[in-house]
Design a protein around this ligand. Structure first.
Ligand code: ACO
Length: 176
């Protein structure tokens, strides 16, 4: 057993980061499904505790001492589309967020590039898709201007509150 926490150890903290930053939330088992099915594709950004990790400590476990477990400040949750409607093997970004305290440091860009690369290398993904709220200017700037995604179509009333989504995609074949 390693004293360094695994991605699965961090799932509750990833879920907390998601709940803090986005209205689209998921059951823990959905994060687990991603982690077990496509372990190469999801990444976290953590702040390490100052004095290192204490063996046996972890959320919900005896010995979980505040400050000794890494704090998740960003994550990308990603998957391969299991039954692509166009028949083309591709990845999908289920969720991405970064805590307010750690924004504009390049964390989201780095998480996205790592996931995109893994999709192409581990799963031969031809492209990556995602949905984003039309009002989400920060994420749109990231996807379109920084990463090179293009709007494929508008999906009307995609979100539970009735907001429309841009369905976006990025060709991965030209990237590496
Ligand atoms: N305003 C304008 N452009 C922005 C902003 C902003 N607030 N934030 C990021 N960008 C653009 C810029 O071009 C930036 O480059 P620059 O800083 O050199 O100008 C570029 O994106 C890269 O920014 P990062 O520092 O990598 O982005 P950050 O780590 O701050 O995370 C994110 C961006 C994920 C959108 C963050 O603001 C966030 O968590 N927002 C709330 C949750 C969210 O909207 N998630 C995306 C939902 S869509 C989905 O999950 C598929």
């Amino acid at each position: 057993l390693s004293s360094y926490p695994s991605y699965i150890d961090l799932l509750p903290s990833i879920q907390t980061c998601n709940i803090t930053n986005l209205p689209e939330n998921y059951f823990l088992k959905y994060y687990l499904y991603h982690a077990l099915t496509w372990p190469q594709l999801s990444f976290v950004a953590v702040v390490r505790p100052k004095n290192g990790y204490k063996s046996g400590s972890g959320p919900g476990m005896a010995g979980d001492i505040s400050g000794q477990y890494p704090k998740v400040v960003g994550y990308v949750l990603a998957k391969m589309e299991e039954e692509p409607s166009d028949g083309v093997q591709h990845g999908h970004i289920t969720s991405l967020s970064v805590m307010r305290t750690h924004r504009r440091l390049g964390i989201a860009e780095r998480l996205m590039r790592m996931s995109q690369r893994a999709m192409a290398e581990s799963h031969r993904a031809h492209y990556v898709s995602l949905h984003v709220r039309m009002s989400n200017t920060a994420a749109l700037r990231l996807y379109r201007d920084t990463l090179g995604f293009e709007v494929e179509k508008v999906e009307s009333r995609y979100y539970a509150d009735g907001e429309d989504a841009y369905a976006m995609k990025l060709d991965l074949q030209k990237q590496w």
